[in-house]
Design a protein around this ligand. Sequence first.
Ligand code: ADP
Length: 459
Amino acid sequence: MLITSLMLFFLNVYSATTTRQMMFQAKHASQQDKLQLVVSSFSGVESLTKETAEQVMNVLGEMNVTRILITDAQARVLYDSSQTRNAEGRIALFEEVVQALQGKDVFHCVYSSGALISSGAMPVVLREKPMGCVYIIEYDSDQGQIIASLELNFLRFSLILLGAIILCSIVFSIVGSGRMRKILTSMRMVREGEYSHKIQMRGSDELTTLATEFNKLTDRLQQSEDAQRQFVSDASHELKTPLASIKLLTDSILQNDMDTGTMREFVSDIGNEADRLTRMAQKLLRLSRAEDAQSQEHELVDVGEKVSSVFRLLVPLADSMQVELTGSLARNCTVLSIEDDIYQIIFNLVENGIKYNHENGSVHVTVCHTEEEVQLTVADTGVGIPQDAIGHIFERFYRVDKARSRQAGGSGLGLSIVHELVLRNFGTVEVESKELSGTRFTVRFPYFGLEQEDDDARI
Ligand code: ADP
């Protein structure tokens, strides 16, 4: 608005100046012609006197000027066309007259009170000497009106244009700032925790795009808030169970007189529950670290070697549960991943294979690769997973058989950790299971080996 106002102001000033300038030039030319006509009429005259001046003016007749004066060389008025304020015989003390008597052609013009007032003087030269001058004054209200109406029209046009621009600016700013306010209000609401709030905005401009992106952001916030809430409620529920057992056991010890043997048993149960709490805390910690993928570096890891390390650790558990642990591990099955993650994935899957198995059952691990991927398979001959539970086993704290899981020291977090870790190492995990017959987990990672070799069993 400010820029437009300034532009219109300068345009008005410029146009007014130019119009006046043009009018002044036209007036100058016409007055020069008139002065020239009068002066040239004296060319055949012997001397400049009152009589000769009157004679010339009579011959010329009506000159269409406001007033015409003819003076002699001393600026004494010889002829004055004005009847009302006749100055004949008096000295004409006009600047134009003085300059004209010095031999100069003079012209002045001003625009004032709606009229063009112009005055000009020209010397009358006889025998190469200025013998007097002709002085013309014109008061032209017609041309003055033309200037006034031109300026007025231009001003009116500018004001209408300015008004229209101000109106448009106000409308646009009200509409624009209304939409902006809508976004700001929504941002404040989301900041207060109202993630379900959505901005309703139509159109296809930048503000609509901003609103759409904002809605997507709040969707993500809502999802992560839900997941976090679910996690906290699940975690506190799971932590409550061992804590309640510990409380129950300590109350029993405190309230009942019991023999040392029973007391030892109770205290050992308290120890087991405390171990369970520790394991759960460790797994929760691992899970939260798994979500923070940026913090760790990826490196080349041989999956077969990791299986061997896991086997060394789990053989005692497998032996104690009378489960056979076997594997077919091809060489050079390298993947680009976080070393600890691969170890943890294999550990959790093999440990589950042992935990949820029958006596004299088996767990078989296969590692092989194609040109694109490394495949890790953990197949057991255990209790299997019911079909309706398969879709839930990767959820946090989900357990098919709570009692069996607790007895085996489970927390319902092992497979959700596997899932998170596989995903952050660019892999996929699948499960097939048949109740009472066994379960097979297949994990695939992109292959990063340098040379191709045939599968070669090492264990
Ligand atoms: P948990 O700590 O209870 O073992 P997981 O997340 O590792 O928790 O497993 C979730 C549930 O999936 C287990 O409680 C168990 O019921 C079932 N499950 C996992 N692996 C197997 C398996 N190999 N065979 C049968 N059931 C399994």
